[in-house]
Design a protein around this ligand. Structure first.
Ligand code: FES
Ligand code: FES
Length: 159
């Protein structure tokens, strides 16, 4: 089937099987490999990207569901001078949040997807841990990741 979508600001028209997964379209058809394939079953969050502004697991989304959608991957954020991404990057670096790094792109996309919701309030540590509930870090680096996100939210709250 033919689908049309906007990927990182560019209009794209693709001819793909209706059930081809978004993660495979991004990684194999478009060479956008920041989103990773972990579980392939919607449980680890490694493949998260933004679809119409909301973080979703791209391994669960078939082509038929993304016709007409706006997709943003980490590559798109990285080339868009995104202030929120830069601040999160700095906070993760400061707290050594990334070990092997496999889980980080998905976590970044989830955080970025929540930006509008989080920008006017400072959620509790428990809420931040809840935010990470859909993400698995095989390096068990959760504590550093939580500290990094809390630092990011602190920075966003500064005048
Ligand atoms: S690979 Fe998609 S949620 Fe794990
Ligand atoms: S840093 Fe290695 S899986 Fe999270």
């Amino acid at each position: 089937m033919k689908i049309q979508m906007n990927v990182n600001g560019q209009e794209r028209i693709l001819d793909v099987p209706p059930l081809r997964r978004l993660i495979d379209i991004l990684r194999e058809d478009m060479g956008l490999v920041a989103a990773k394939i972990g579980c392939g079953e919607g449980e680890c969050g490694a493949c998260n990207v933004l679809v119409d502004g909301e973080a979703v697991s791209a391994c669960l989304i078939p082509a038929v569901q993304i016709d007409g959608c706006r997709i943003v991957t980490l590559e798109g954020l990285a080339t868009s001078n995104d202030d929120a991404l830069a601040a999160l990057h700095g906070a993760f670096l400061e707290h050594d949040a990334s070990q092997c790094g496999a889980c980080i792109p998905g976590i970044v996309m989830t955080c970025r997807g929540m930006f509008d919701d989080l920008r006017n309030r400072r959620p509790s540590e428990a809420e931040v841990r809840g935010l990470l509930a859909g993400h698995l870090c095989r390096c068990t680096g959760y504590e550093a990741i939580v500290r990094g996100i809390l630092k990011w939210l602190e920075m966003k709250s500064e005048p």
